[in-house]
Design a binder for this molecule. Structure first.
Ligand code: ATP
Length: 217
């Protein structure tokens, strides 16, 4: 459903994404891992249209919604108003569906987003993206600044969404173990290029990945 072909993104003369090609099938969950500055955020932003590519193509057969890095809540607005911002062009009944999918949000709908914990805010950010009824959810750093137990709960929600709704997920994640656990397939980025790709269970065993992420010799 998503096809990226020879994508190049530049900031001035600096090349952040250097000729990347891959596909995500309908309902697939794919992880994008790599060190700081590898180009993960740039790639996901180019996919969702937040940055313009220098060359190459992004073709998508459905709607993409992004959960941005750092969650980007409107702190003084209620949870519900934050959710409604995600669906401004769509019908209000989407709100009920999001509350069905993420029932915890219904209980906090009147609270100010800025008063929630990081994990709760991340759930609002996921809910807000779901308001656009995406076929693909592009998530930039699900685990950023969150405790492992909270992350595990969010990961469970993603699996549920994927199962129940068939929403495809592209997960940018620093936490490689989490990324491989949630997504059956993964791409490893370094300096704007894909240096390894395949089933997460195989990548977790590969020498390149073990050296870079698990401190093995
Ligand atoms: P991180 O995990 O730190 O966010 P990343 O893998 O997401 O890293 P990017 O944020 O996409 O990497 O950055 C890729 C490269 O592009 C880096 O060298 C970064 O310094 C550069 N870069 C990112 N955003 C900009 C920008 N707005 N202007 C100029 N250079 C940028």
């Amino acid at each position: 459903m998503l096809r990226i072909d020879d994508l190049v993104v530049r900031y001035g003369s600096a090349v952040a994404v250097d000729g990347i090609s891959f596909e995500v099938g309908a309902g697939e969950m794919v992880a994008l891992v790599g060190p700081n500055g590898a180009g993960k955020s740039t790639l996901i932003n180019a996919i969702s249209g937040l940055v313009a590519p220098h060359s190459g193509t992004v073709a998508c057969e459905g709607r993409i919604a992004q959960v941005p890095e750092g969650r980007q809540m409107f702190a003084d607005m209620s949870v519900e108003d934050n959710l409604l911002l995600g669906g401004w062009s769509i019908r209000n009944r989407d709100l009920g569906e999001v509350y069905d999918l993420l029932p915890d949000l219904a209980g906090m709908r009147k609270r100010k987003a800025g008063r929630l914990s990081g994990g709760q805010q991340q759930m609002v950010a996921v809910g807000r993206a779901l308001m656009a009824r995406p076929d693909l959810l592009a998530i930039d750093e699900l685990s950023l600044g969150l405790a492992p137990l909270v992350v595990a709960e969010l990961a469970e929600h993603l699996r549920f969404l994927n199962r129940e709704r068939g929403t495809a997920v592209l997960l940018v994640e620093q936490e490689v173990t989490l990324a491989f656990d949630v997504c059956p397939r993964a791409l490893v980025l370094e300096a704007g290029r894909i240096i390894a790709a395949g089933p997460s269970v195989e990548l977790a065993q590969s020498e390149t990945v073990r050296k870079a992420y698990f401190g093995d010799l």
